[in-house]
Design a protein around this ligand. Sequence first.
Ligand SMILES: Nc1nc2c(ncn2[C@@H]2O[C@H](COP(=O)(O)OP(=O)(O)OP(=O)(O)O)[C@@H](O)[C@H]2O)c(=O)[nH]1
Ligand SMILES: [Mg+2]
Ligand SMILES: [Zn+2]
Length: 351
Amino acid sequence: MGLGLANTLSLTELGWKPFFQQQLTLDEWEQVKPALVTGQHRSQLELLTEQGKQILPLLPDMPSMVIGDWVLLDDAGGFNRLLDRLSLFSRKAAGSKVAAQNIAANVDTVFVVSSLNSNFSLNRIERYLALAHEAGVEPVVVLTKADQCDDPQGYVQQVRALDNMLMVEAVNGLDVDSVSVLSHWCGVGKTVAFLGSSGVGKSTLINTLSGQAEQETAAIREQDSRGRHTTTARSLHFMPDGGMLLDTPGMRELQLADCERGVEETFAEVAELAAQCRFSDCQHQSEPGCMIQKAIKQGDLDQRRLDNYLKLLREQAFNGATLAEKRSKDRDFSKMVRSVMSEAQQRKKGL
Ligand SMILES: Nc1nc2c(ncn2[C@@H]2O[C@H](COP(=O)(O)OP(=O)(O)OP(=O)(O)O)[C@@H](O)[C@H]2O)c(=O)[nH]1
Ligand SMILES: [Mg+2]
Ligand SMILES: [Zn+2]
């Protein structure tokens, strides 16, 4: 984290907004101190208040907190409570683990970073867009390594064709002038999260935008254009003129869970067509009166986009159901533990 300025930042510069202020009573405002979560470790959080850095040891009865969260501290610097969030990014934890994983809270903009090499994928970009829309955060698609690509504008057009309201920029992440098109989103008190696969140049962008070589970066593998997971933890960086940049490790797999609204919003024109199909349970394959198949035949909709829409809808529903089942099993288990314990207590008391 950029230490230089961080010690003297005001609450507004740290991203404090009326939405958070409104959650405090007048008494609280006099007695407690707001603190921003800037780093996460297994047993403690790094916080930043107007007075500077502070460590908060984690205790079992605290709620789960994530970078970008605002918490209130009491006089002694102890945890008082977590404030409601403006936005929250979460995904299904990687691998076979059945759990939701929070990525960041209270982010203003997400840069969906993708490089202009053989690793470019519209399907993957749509996946990240669904996550951003679900979180209620404005996405900007940032296409890196424009300097290594023959036709960056061709790719910009491809991404823009997904949604003509979408913001898309092609940049050379190593060049200060080139990345200046992104500074619009990185103003005072604003937080931008960088999401994307390993090796696409998230940390490189953060170094160039913040004018510091804070984050380690590493060359990608030649044969498949993929990165080596150089960044291993999320971290918040401060820009010289204000603004916070959240670096994240490249995700090996981004699985969506409980993300229906985000998928529908990302594929708004497909969802609109689906609503006009003759049958309300249309599978959009070969049913008569299917408006989606009609649009594909007329060349108005890509088969790829339909396939990805259906895939992401199925995936988020499946993962959502798995998580719900796990939660209900956990609840049953803790209920059972509680009842066994109270039986044991009653036996002890000779009841
Ligand atoms: N030519 C060129 N190289 C770039 C650009 N952006 C990043 N690179 C290079 O790509 C490699 C990977 O960049 P990183 O910034 O480490 O990628 P990352 O997204 O942070 O990767 P992880 O930390 O593994 O998730 C480095 O060698 C960078 O110098 C760019 O716009 N142009
Ligand atoms: Mg990195
Ligand atoms: Zn249909």
